[in-house]
Design a protein around this ligand. Structure first.
Ligand SMILES: C[S@@+](CC[C@H](N)C(=O)[O-])C[C@H]1O[C@@H](n2cnc3c(N)ncnc32)[C@H](O)[C@@H]1O
Length: 280
């Protein structure tokens, strides 16, 4: 039984890093005219109204997009990310936050394709409504982790798979490694971006070790922490593990992560990690 609803968390510090990385990858794909294929294995609702009861419950966006919205000293890549959020907020107030599906959609060109998977029966109608009428996009009710295998390699031979589980099920930590390897075996030149939370550092160490013991190549990790590691106090950090990142991503992370750690860290406890888990 799935209980996670992304609208409680939309625009929080984890979304900032995840979506910053996603935008860098999509911008890079668009540097060449050749079409690409995007797959979002865990799409969520696509869009969150920040004045909804969900978003207002814990106001997580306050310590995320909310702190960046009015800043004038943003590093260039972060300014571009905030600009993407502004496209949904034409009147200037921060009222809506785009999930990964709408961010993907902003970058889609005429011949690009996007597959969105969502398993939660209450989220799939919201997602479908948010992308309705766009013939480049298919929103599908189902297990995206398993289904994406069948789409690889895409006919475009260029593209990105965003893997963004909520880790409600502990087995997700194991399953993502297994599935990432399957994706890679079918599409070794694709870019794969896996989000992870830090709730209990031991699990992350196991995840990193498990990845390092695979045949994957060219794997990088980018992490943002807002509190010191602790067990039993929720998510203190989160990160993105990217297979075959664009060459521009590392430079963007070097300019944005120290800034984000400073601005979003709680009581001066911000931190970041940039590391290469596996060589090319
Ligand atoms: C973290 S949220 C996604 C947020 C979204 N990617 C974004 O960045 O805006 C995870 C979503 O995955 C859905 N989900 C969980 N297991 C799934 C699965 N096996 N396949 C597809 N969706 C799944 C949940 O219902 C939830 O909406």
């Amino acid at each position: 039984m799935l209980s996670y609803r992304h609208s409680f968390h939309a625009g929080n510090f984890a979304d900032v890093l995840k979506h910053l990385v996603l935008i860098n990858i999509l911008g890079h794909l668009n540097k060449k005219p050749k079409p690409w294929c995007g797959i979002d294995t865990h799409a969520g609702p696509g869009d969150t109204i920040l004045t909804s009861s969900y978003a207002l419950k814990n106001r997580e966006f306050d310590n995320g997009i909310g702190k960046l919205w009015q800043r004038h000293d943003l590093p260039a890549a972060l300014a571009q990310y905030v600009e993407s959020v502004r496209q949904l907020n034409a009147e200037g107030e921060l009222h809506r936050y785009p999930g990964s599906p709408l961010l993907f959609q902003q970058f889609l060109r005429e011949s690009d394709r996007l597959f969105l998977y969502e398993l939660h029966p209450s989220e799939i109608p919201l997602l479908s409504a948010n992308v309705a009428g766009d013939r480049r996009i298919k929103a599908i009710h189902g297990d995206g982790l398993a289904a994406a295998v069948g789409l690889l390699p895409p006919k475009e031979h260029r593209g990105v798979v965003l893997i963004d589980p909520a880790y409600e099920v502990k087995d997700d930590y194991r399953r993502v490694v297994e599935i990432l390897l399957k994706y890679y075996q079918r599409f070794a030149t694709g870019t794969f971006a896996l989000w992870y939370p830090v709730v209990d550092r031991k699990r992350n160490q196991q995840l990193e070790l498990a990845l390092q013991n695979t045949a994957l190549k060219n794997v990088h990790l980018y992490e943002l922490g807002i509190q010191p590691d602790s067990v039993g106090h929720g998510m203190t950090a989160s990160g993105m593990i990217v297979v075959n990142p664009p060459w521009t991503l590392s430079a963007d992370m070097h300019s944005c992560l120290p800034y984000l750690a400073e601005v979003l860290g709680i009581d001066g406890n911000g931190s970041y990690r940039i590391s290469q888990l596996l060589a090319e």
